[in-house]
Design a protein around this ligand. Structure first.
Ligand code: GLC
Ligand code: GLC
Length: 808
């Protein structure tokens, strides 16, 4: 069952009823000011860091779910309703929510009133705009009252929901005209404040939550609405909020428009005050002035749309399947931008306080955004590299506000170093900009280094940390955070990721070996590029050794092993009680070129198909682990079918898709793609539950009671990897160091497709034809009518350059 539809032309998902199977959200902002907004205007806003600079409050795991957000109430003759449905669950005559690129519009009708609320963050400013239109559909004059509402967070989100003995005393506000200023802790060390304003004269306000709601009322029944007038309350401690009270008169058929603005301001220390105790409002007033009319707001909205239009024109596909088009052209790229911006910090499953920017996660996210925002990708690579140690290991996470590594989690995840090679290689393949290798970025110790030095440290970290089978040591964990082989956890609540109570020089990861072999050749190329020929040679030798080590000790009979545990026993081997096969090494070892000569790759992928495939995608392991296994760690802590214990972990499905394209099996690659791509699952939204326009991290596996139900939408490496799989390997438009390679591997029944791709300053218009209905193989390529040798587009011309590709 569906709850809406894709409006492809406007790049929107249109939700037709408010009670979606889970709150379906969108993101506002793409630079420094961000908001999460659900289809009923729930959610919150923050500046840069959802943990340390949270501007509005949100309670996770609340009852009912998704309570709290940007609320408006309309009052007339003693009754009132919420035009966005929440919080009142008002029965609306019509409802529609459009989530678009960086904006959300909620439209509804009730009592002969038509309300439209548009929310977005304009480019270049730290502010969120709410453009509210109210139209009188009736034949009579109406006198309405409009109340706004949002609740401030006292900036530090974790402290805000724990440290009440202090926080109930610190809250402070100022009200000036139509603007409510939130200035908690501004009297001492903070030099920032938040404001909420409206571009019209107000008839009253509230800034104290209890005065607005009443102590025992929910958001659905504020006492102010019961009374029909505000209390002009000033918050002293407790919970500061912002609510405006406006009287709106509408003639028959008339429409009026109000612009609300939530803004964030920083002042220099010496410019904090206007007079003792009164905050300096200069910057706030300038910001308000910038967006205080419809014309100004509409202009800002146009600019936002142009921004996205331009961004998404970097890659666009024409195909007979609209589902594929909307994934590739719009939603997958959009999700890639959101994961670039937010990493794993704030979603409806990530509370914004527990994780910063992950070394592994962010490097992978870059694979999906290098073609969109190369300059920012370059900067992120540098930010990540600073958190690397001289031996190549890296802080697993850093906080975006401080850019400092997170001591709590530390380092020791032995896949981390390699992801930096993946990211830098992807950046250079996209841009051709080798100069990044010379960029000076110190190690965490402050030791001077270039990016190339960092890559060398990454590569050597694997070489210097080999185990008994000459395979890479796993450390705390590799990509699979839950496969904890070097520590045995017995205490409830202990972090599986950080506990270390066993010698970590025995457990080994075949997956890291596969990654090493995948990234290694790129490293060799880069070493040669910077004239490090000796190092390149040495690296080649190490790659050969690794290949031998995997072929000797990393294979089971029908697939690649996953690991060796602390005792040297095989993990992911036939005959084991649980988890005989894991997905991760199957994809990565084949990407690393293993098993291609002797048919083992085919055998492996057939095993994956037999053991891991399901109607909802490829499961991460089989059989699921039925009871806690201390030697495997967190993976066995989940009930069978959930998360790393046998769910469809959407992040790693594309590794198998890519492996299938390497052996030329386009039908299977695309079957796996379409099983998990959200647009293809839209029709089962009631089962899938999370948004049908973005990937979720996981879908419950076969052994779960809720097989097919997704969780953890939005912030997942799934987005970047699926984009890589579909665009670079299935459609086969793949940036390489030498140029843009064209190497599709598609289902045999496809006739072809067209792609427009911006690449290193030129624009290619590529038409792929498949007259013989093959899966893979390029017979001829014509550039501007002239046949070229090979499959790489190299001679760049600004374009548009017409390219015709004949498969066969
Ligand atoms: C989560 C983490 C990611 C990890 C994956 C598998 O998605 O963000 O870092 O690789 O789980 O455990
Ligand atoms: C849990 C999750 C895993 C995630 C990790 C992050 O282990 O199962 O997916 O990567 O937490 O710390």
């Amino acid at each position: 069952m569906k709850y809406g539809y894709f409006d492809d032309k406007n790049k929107e998902y249109v939700i037709e009823r408010p009670d979606t199977p889970y709150p379906w959200i969108n993101y506002l902002g793409s630079e420094e000011f961000f908001g999460l907004i659900s289809n009923t205007a729930g959610g919150y806003s923050f500046y840069k860091d959802a943990s340390k600079r949270r501007l509005t409050r949100y309670r996770y795991n609340n009852v009912p779910t998704d309570a709290g957000g940007r609320y408006y109430y309309i009052y007339e003759n003693g009754s009132y309703f919420s035009p966005g449905w929440a919080p009142q669950k008002s029965e609306l005559d019509s409802y529609e929510c459009r989530h678009g690129m960086g904006y959300t519009v909620i439209k509804s009708e009730k009592n002969d009133l038509k309300i439209e609320m548009k929310f977005f963050v304009p480019q270049g400013d730290n502010t969120e705009l709410h453009q509210i239109k109210i139209k009188n559909l009736s034949q009579k004059k109406r006198k309405l009252k409009l109340f706004s509402f949002l609740e401030f967070c006292l900036y530090d989100a974790e402290d805000d929901m724990t440290n009440f003995q202090r926080n109930f005393n610190t809250g402070e506000v100022e009200v000036d005209g139509s603007t409510i200023y939130h200035k908690t802790e501004y009297r001492e060390r903070r030099n920032h404040y938040t404001f909420f304003t409206v571009n019209q004269k107000i008839s009253g306000f509230d800034t104290d939550r209890e005065s607005f709601l009443g102590l025992y009322n929910s958001f659905a029944e504020p006492q102010v609405l019961e009374a029909g007038k505000s209390n002009d309350s000033i918050a002293h401690g407790w919970s500061p909020i912002a609510s405006h009270f406006l009287e709106v008169e509408l003639e028959a058929g008339e429409e009026k428009e109000l612009i609300f603005q939530l803004g964030y301001i920083e002042n220099k220390d010496e410019e904090k005050w206007e007079s003792p105790g009164v905050i300096n409002k200069d910057k706030a007033e300038k910001l308000m002035e910038k967006y205080n009319s419809t014309a100004k707001v509409e202009k800002a909205f146009d600019q936002l749309n142009q921004h996205w239009e331009k961004l998404l024109s970097s890659f666009s596909l024409e195909h007979s399947d609209p589902k594929l088009e909307r994934m590739v052209n719009t939603w997958n790229q959009y999700q890639n931008m959101v994961t670039y911006n937010l990493a794993r910090s704030a979603s409806y499953f990530e509370s914004g306080i527990s994780r910063g920017i992950g070394f592994r996660d962010s490097n992978q996210d870059l694979l999906g955004s290098a073609h969109l925002i190369p300059e920012r990708v370059k900067q992120r690579i540098k930010d990540l590299a600073v958190t690397q140690f001289e031996d190549g290991s890296a802080f697993h996470q850093y906080q975006p506000l401080t850019k400092k590594g997170n001591d709590k989690i530390g380092s020791g995840f032995n896949d981390d170093p390699l992801w930096l090679i993946f990211a830098v290689a992807a950046y250079i393949k996209e841009t051709g900009d080798y100069s990044i290798l010379e960029a000076e970025v110190p190690f965490n110790s402050d030791k001077k280094a270039t990016i190339f030095d960092h890559l060398e440290a990454s590569f050597m970290h694997v070489v210097n940390n080999l185990g008994p089978h000459d395979l890479p040591l796993i450390g705390h964990a590799d990509w699979n955070d839950c496969l904890n082989l070097s520590a045995f956890s017995e205490k409830p609540g202990e972090s599986f990721q950080t506990v270390s109570n066993k010698d970590d020089s025995s457990a080994e990861s075949v997956m890291i070996a596969g990654m090493f072999l995948t990234a290694g050749p790129d490293f060799v190329h880069l070493a040669e590029k910077v004239g490090e020929n000796g190092l390149a040679k040495k690296a080649r030798t190490e790659l050969e050794k690794m290949k031998k080590a995997v072929n000797k000790a990393g294979r089971d009979e029908e697939w690649f092993l996953r690991a060796y545990d602390y005792y040297g026993d095989k993990v992911g081997a036939k005959g084991n009680q649980y988890a005989e096969i894991f997905i991760e090494p199957q994809g990565f070892c084949i990407m690393g070129g293993l098993g291609l000569e002797d048919g083992f790759a085919e055998k492996t992928l057939n095993s994956v198909n037999q053991r891991l495939n399901s109607e909802h995608g490829l499961m991460i392991l089989d059989p699921t682990i039925k009871e806690y296994q201390i030697n495997l760690g967190e993976v066995s802590s989940y009930p069978p079918g959930y998360k790393e214990n046998g769910a469809i972990f959407c992040h790693n499905n594309p590794w198998v898709m890519i492996a299938e394209t390497i052996i030329g099996n386009g039908d299977r690659a695309f079957e796996y793609y379409s099983k998990i791509a959200p647009a293809y699952r839209e029709k089962i939204s009631d089962l899938h539950r999370t948004e049908p326009y973005v990937y979720s991290q996981m879908i419950a596996g076969q052994d779960a009671a809720s097989f097919g139900e997704a969780k953890n939408s939005w912030l997942t490496g799934t987005a970047a990897w699926n984009f890589v799989a579909i665009t670079q390997w299935i459609l086969g438009i793949r940036p390489e160091f030498e140029g843009l390679k064209i190497d599709p591997c598609i289902p045999e029944d496809w006739n072809g497709f067209k792609v427009q791709r911006k690449f290193r300053g030129s624009k290619f218009e590529i038409e792929v034809k498949n007259p013989e209905h093959v899966s893979k193989g390029v017979k001829e390529i014509f550039v501007e009518g002239e046949k070229i040798e090979g499959q790489i587009l190299k001679d760049f011309d600004k374009g548009p350059v017409k390219v015709e590709v004949i498969m066969g």
